[in-house]
Write a protein that binds this ligand. Structure first.
Ligand SMILES: [Cu+2]
Length: 114
């Protein structure tokens, strides 16, 4: 009985913490979008997020990107491809830390066409 009570309390606590996390409010390009060019890669959050690492990958491997926002937590992250992206499917992955100190990660994908 007590064990079950503790388990449900921990579940409730976990749910509360999950809600406290910053949420990704959208990306450019949008997740799943098909675009003809990618002048900028950006992500928006509802609470400051420290973005620690980002990677852009295509089926051919990792693509160089240049980070435009710094290493301080922010509501928006911006980067740009070092060179124009060739047609193909791309996935942008990131790791960071929410303002409550929890490690976070996510990704979004898009397709570039001629
Ligand atoms: Cu958290």
């Amino acid at each position: 009985m007590i064990r079950a009570l503790i388990a449900s309390l921990m579940l409730a606590l976990t749910a509360t913490l999950a809600f406290a996390h910053s949420e990704n409010q959208g990306t450019t390009p949008a997740d799943g979008a098909t675009v003809t060019e990618v002048p900028e890669l950006s992500m928006r959050f509802d609470d400051p997020m420290l973005i620690i690492t980002v990677t852009l990958t295509s089926p051919d491997g990792t693509v160089d990107i240049e980070r435009e926002t710094g290493m301080e937590p922010g509501l928006e992250f911006r980067a740009a491809p070092a060179t124009p992206l060739a047609p193909g499917n791309y996935t942008f992955g990131w790791r960071g830390m929410a303002s409550d100190g929890h490690p976070m990660q996510g990704s979004f994908s898009f397709t570039v066409t001629d």
